[in-house]
Design a binder for this molecule. Structure first.
Ligand SMILES: [Zn+2]
Length: 189
């Protein structure tokens, strides 16, 4: 997920000269791999932690606020999120096997954008608060409540793990228009 108000991130910079950036390639619509339902990871080991780190770098390099493994063609239930100034107390978070175990009754429409639908945005209805069960980067089971931007972003990213894009919540007409515009946008970049 991306924020419309965010400024472009300076891509290609790493803070550690000895570890090359491991930016992954982000799939864009209409790539069929974005429609695949991801599989749970049995545990968060070093290979999953490396995946989480690479996804985080990829997300920062592309000015994203959230990224799902599905978006980089990896069929595992892993997401990373950093909402930056929108939720300064939260910091970067990494999730394996995230599962929404409670949803608010209240819903709200918000503008969303996505690294896999470049250059586009639309309003989508989401629950205003959720409770999540997941494994953190230390393989520790967690349950946490999220609201506001974090809740929106997490619903968007968990949708990705089920092969659902935010544009799938729109009418077919609107969805096809955004896919067509995203393809043109990508070619013009
Ligand atoms: Zn997305």
């Amino acid at each position: 997920m991306t924020f419309l108000t965010s400024l472009p991130f300076c891509a290609g910079v790493t803070t550690n000269n000895f570890v090359p950036m491991a930016c992954l390639t982000i799939l864009t619509v209409p790539d069929a791999r974005l429609k695949v339902k991801a599989l749970p990871v049995p545990l968060v080991d070093d290979s999953i932690r490396k995946l989480m780190d690479d996804m985080m770098e990829t997300m920062y390099a592309d000015d994203g606020a959230g990224l799902a493994a599905t978006q980089v063609g990896i069929n595992k239930r892993v997401i990373v999120v950093d909402l930056g100034e929108h939720t300064p107390d939260m910091g970067p978070l990494k999730f394996a096997n995230p599962e929404i175990i409670w949803r608010s009754t209240e819903v709200k429409k918000n503008w969303e954008a996505c690294l896999s639908v470049p250059g586009q945005s639309a309003q989508v209805e989401r629950f205003t608060a959720i409770r999540l069960r997941y494994l953190d980067e230390n393989n520790t089971a967690q349950e946490k409540d999220f609201d506001d931007w974090a809740a929106i972003c997490l619903q968007h990213e968990i949708d990705h793990l089920d092969g659902i894009l935010y544009i799938d919540h729109l009418s077919a007409l609107k969805r096809n228009l955004l896919i067509s515009k995203a393809r043109k946008f990508r070619k013009s970049e």
